[in-house]
Design a protein around this ligand. Structure first.
Ligand code: ADP
Ligand code: MG
Length: 391
């Protein structure tokens, strides 16, 4: 789950990660009031959408007067902001964040993710603040300083010093930086974040550090421990089909191909996407209907897959381990009565009672339901069907 910058900054403040003062607004009047509340003579008006790259996309504006705050708020609220991380249609800006303007001396990058190869959280820092870490990793990987942190030991000063030395910070600034990095570590660990990022972390003229941007993502499997983070969820930022699927306990991720996939188990779903690719096609989605698939979940699965107009065939690939294949076959037949399925459905069922399942489907004699003999046969038929070839 992702949250907005203003929400991530609320969390930062709880852990003493230094942030500029700021208030969120949903209307122009509120934006101006916020600027008045902040005082001063320099404000930044920032579009709150889940995508990054807002600065380049025109979603971060400096204002030197309340009139300018007003004009920027008017322009940003309700606009579809396009950045390189949004779709070409952009994301509608519903909230803006009014923040005090900070005099920047230097911009850095500081972030944390889980390093799966090390099996440890890793903190990364770079002098190339403002640039995306993925870009630096490709163009100048030596400019990223990384330290792995064993959670049993926790963040220690030597971790911070290693990063500070790597950034060539003068000694008198090291303590400030370490304080910031330690606070970031606590915010990451205590909230079960999967990613936390300050880009840019800026050094002001007097050598203090402050987080100008804030990004956090959370491990969905740990959200039950954090009701206050769940409360920050902004469903308007999520794909509506993915959201509907999650309400029915289905894991669905929309992709760009034409072969819809309905599979039980995440591993088999990944394998199915690979084999579709291998057969020369492209999967339209990832869909894991879970271990206890029945007629209702299969029907919901069809409904969700068919909401995507790119889908030209559906590959049902279910292994009958916990569920028996004959029950799934009956479930598929029942589901086609509940939902109008007008594309070819290629069914590969294997495992317990697979033979009976094939018989059930054969006897039902429905024209667009086609049995596959095995995994590669199923993938080939599904790809051929998606390309309009007779199966
Ligand atoms: P994004 O990463 O989506 O482009 P940022 O929050 O990083 O958005 O803002 C883009 C740029 O705008 C920053 O790199 C920084 O130079 C400038 N900026 C952002 N917030 C402030 C602020 N409070 N004061 C001064 N400049 C800011
Ligand atoms: Mg940024």
């Amino acid at each position: 789950m992702n949250i907005h910058e203003y929400q991530a900054k609320e969390i930062f403040r709880r852990y003493n990660v230094p942030t500029p003062r700021g208030y969120v607004a949903s209307s122009v009047e509120e934006a101006v009031q916020n600027a008045q509340k902040l005082g001063g003579t320099l404000w930044v008006v920032k579009a709150q959408i889940h995508a990054g790259g807002r600065g380049l996309g025109g979603g971060v504006k400096l204002a030197r007067s309340l009139d300018e705050v007003k004009a920027h708020a008017q322009a940003l609220l309700g606009m579809n902001l396009v950045t390189h991380q949004t779709t070409a249609l952009g994301t509608c800006v519903q909230k803006i964040y009014i923040e005090e303007g900070v005099e920047i001396a230097n911009e850095f990058y500081l972030g944390m993710v889980l390093d799966r190869s090390q099996e440890l959280p890793v903190m990364m820092a770079s002098c190339e603040g403002g640039m995306e870490i993925e870009t630096i990793a490709q163009s100048a990987p030596e400019k990223i300083i990384k330290v792995s942190i064993d959670p049993f030991i926790g963040f220690q000063s030597y971790h911070g010093r290693e990063l500070a030395f790597g950034l060539n910070l003068p000694q008198e600034e090291t303590q400030n930086f370490i304080h910031c990095a330690k606070a970031l570590y606590e915010a990451y660990m205590h909230n079960d974040a999967s990613m936390i990022e300050i880009n840019p972390l800026v050094k002001t003229k007097n050598g203090t550090f402050i987080a100008l941007d804030a990004k956090m993502s959370f491990d969905d499997n740990a959200l039950f421990r954090h009701p206050e983070i769940v409360a920050m969820r902004d469903t308007s930022e999520e794909n509506p089909i993915e959201r509907e699927a999650s309400e029915y306990g289905l894991s669905y991720v929309k992709l760009n191909g034409s072969v819809g996939c309905m599979v039980n188990g995440a591993g088999l779903a990944m394998g199915t996407m690979d084999i579709i690719d291998y057969a020369g096609g492209e999967p339209a989605n990832f869909l894991d209907v879970g271990g206890g698939a029945n007629a209702n979940t299969v029907a919901k699965g069809f409904e969700i897959i068919l909401k995507d107009p790119n889908v030209k065939s559906i590959f049902v690939n279910i292994f009958g381990g916990i569920v028996r294949c004959d029950r799934i076959a009956n479930g598929i037949l029942e589901a086609t009565k509940m939902v109008k399925v007008d594309v070819p459905v290629i069914v590969r069922l294997d495992g317990t009672n697979a033979k009976e399942a094939v018989e059930i489907l054969k006897n039902a004699n429905i024209k667009n339901i086609i049995s596959a003999t095995d995994l590669s046969d199923g993938a080939q038929k599904a790809v051929a069907a998606a390309k309009g070839a007779l199966v």
